[in-house]
Design a protein around this ligand. Structure first.
Ligand code: NAP
Length: 259
């Protein structure tokens, strides 16, 4: 399917690896020029170079921490005028309710709620002026079905979800859509980071821990960054202009909900 977005320009935050990279690759395959970001310059440049070579699109890289004000200013400067924004950042660490103090919550809110909001505030006006724009926020299945050990993530991402529910309706009259993509378990470094402690705690191998977890998912496997990216590119396409303010679960059926 022709997504109808060739020649457009996208910012994909936190995109040297994992789900962000999956989104960057799928948008590049649709002919979209990119601004890519991550903290580590080496992996970021390698990912950008591979995308330039494979897809022939222009890629600008900005190596910085998107959760800081300075990082946001650098990325926004490079991304001014983009048609498409994909927000993303690393997720907060797991833990127990009694572990977390005010500082932990402020860091989680900064990374997973206030950072995407800052990018939307900076880049939505340019999309509104053009009468066309697409925003996809990478959130988590924990928004629909909170995961007890991810209390910091549950709290921050639910706040972002509430913000998007209202804001998406305010910008829709201008041809701009905002939607959230909610990953379930995907095979990325992040998933490995969560599987590691489980394997250790149970005294089993990482592969065994992964197999146990996959068995809890109706699809019996982890998702891939490529299929996640394809869903993102569709939400950014010309065909998705009537999809507004939605929270789309990509979880292999792991979250048992009727709506
Ligand atoms: P990942 O494989 O660890 O990749 C994270 C990417 O983001 C890397 O490119 C990383 O590069 C970059 N990054 C992290 N923090 C950043 C920051 N502060 N500023 C700029 N770039 C940053 O993670 P993932 O699995 O793709 O997860 C992406 C998001 O989806 C996370 O918020 C995660 O919590 C959420 N999620 C993932 C899953 C899953 O199963 N994978 C499930 C639910 C939710 P650098 O380290 O070099 O910065």
């Amino acid at each position: 399917m022709d997504l109808g977005i060739s020649g457009k320009r996208a910012l994909v935050c936190a995109s040297s690896k994992g789900l962000g990279l999956g989104c960057a690759e799928a948008l590049a395959a649709a002919g979209v020029d990119l601004v890519m970001n991550a903290r580590g310059a080496e992996a970021l440049e390698a990912a950008a170079e591979s995308i330039r070579r494979v897809h022939g699109v222009a890629v600008t890289t900005v190596a910085c921490d998107v959760t800081t004000e300075e990082g946001q200013a650098q990325v926004i400067e490079a991304a001014r005028g983009v048609d498409i924004l994909v927000t993303n950042a690393g997720g907060p660490p797991p833990g127990l309710w009694s572990d977390w103090d005010r500082g932990d919550f402020i860091r989680a809110l900064d990374a997973n709620m206030l950072t995407p909001i800052a990018f939307m505030k900076a880049l939505l006006p340019g999309m509104i002026d053009k009468g066309w724009g697409r925003v996809v926020n990478i959130t988590s299945q924990s928004v629909r079905a909170p995961i007890p050990a991810l209390g910091l993530s549950n709290a921050a991402r639910t706040g972002l979800t509430g913000y998007v529910a209202g804001t998406s309706r305010q910008v829709a009259p201008h041809g701009v859509t905002i939607n959230n993509l909610l990953p379930g378990i995907h095979a990325t470094d992040r998933a490995n980071a969560l599987d590691g402690p489980v394997a250790e705690q149970k005294g089993i191998s990482l592969d065994a821990a992964r197999a146990e977890r996959a068995a809890t998912i109706p699809a019996r496997r982890y998702g891939t960054p490529a299929e996640f990216g394809a869903a993102c590119a569709f939400l950014c396409s010309q065909h998705a202009g009537f999809i507004v303010g939605q929270n789309l679960l990509l979880d292999g059926g792991g979250t048992n909900l009727t709506m």
